[in-house]
Write a protein of this length. Structure first.
Length: 118
C-alpha cells in the first residue's frame, strides 16, 4: 500500500509548478495575490513582481526568477501595502529554464493575512 505522503511526493515531482509544490502544504489555498519580492541581504537591489499563487497561515507559494537558495530571506510587499513582511525560503522546485516554484515561511505571526491582503 502506498502512503498518501509518498503519493503526493511522486505527483509533485511530475508537476514542477507552484501547484505541484502546494501539494506538500495541505492547508494551502489559492490566493492569486500580486506582490513585489526582494532579496533582503542581496548586494544589489534585487526584486521582481510576481503573484502569490497559494498561501497557508504561515507560508506563501509563488514563482520566481530571482537567484534564491534555501533560507534566503525575502521581503514580500503588495502594491497597496496590505501585506508587507519578510519570509524565509523553505522549499524550491526547479522548472526548466530560470523559473522556480518557491515556498517561503513568514518570520513572525501574520494572523488572517490572506483575508487582509485579499
Amino acid at each position: 500500500m502506498v502512503s498518501r505522503h509518498t503519493n503526493v511526493a511522486f505527483n509533485a515531482a511530475e508537476d514542477p509548478s507552484v501547484a505541484g509544490l502546494a501539494r506538500f502544504f495541505p492547508d494551502a489555498v489559492a490566493v492569486r495575490l500580486p506582490v513585489h519580492v526582494r532579496i533582503v541581504d542581496g548586494a544589489a537591489e534585487t526584486w521582481e513582481s510576481t503573484v502569490i499563487e497559494f498561501g497557508t497561515p504561515r507560508e506563501v507559494l509563488f514563482r520566481s526568477q530571482l537567484p534564491l537558495e534555501f533560507a534566503t530571506v525575502v521581503e514580500l510587499r503588495t502594491p497597496d501595502g496590505a501585506l508587507h513582511t519578510q519570509a524565509s525560503i523553505i522549499a524550491m522546485q526547479y522548472k526548466e529554464g530560470t523559473e522556480t516554484a518557491v515556498a517561503a515561511r513568514f518570520g513572525g505571526s501574520l494572523p488572517n493575512w490572506i483575508v487582509k491582503a485579499g
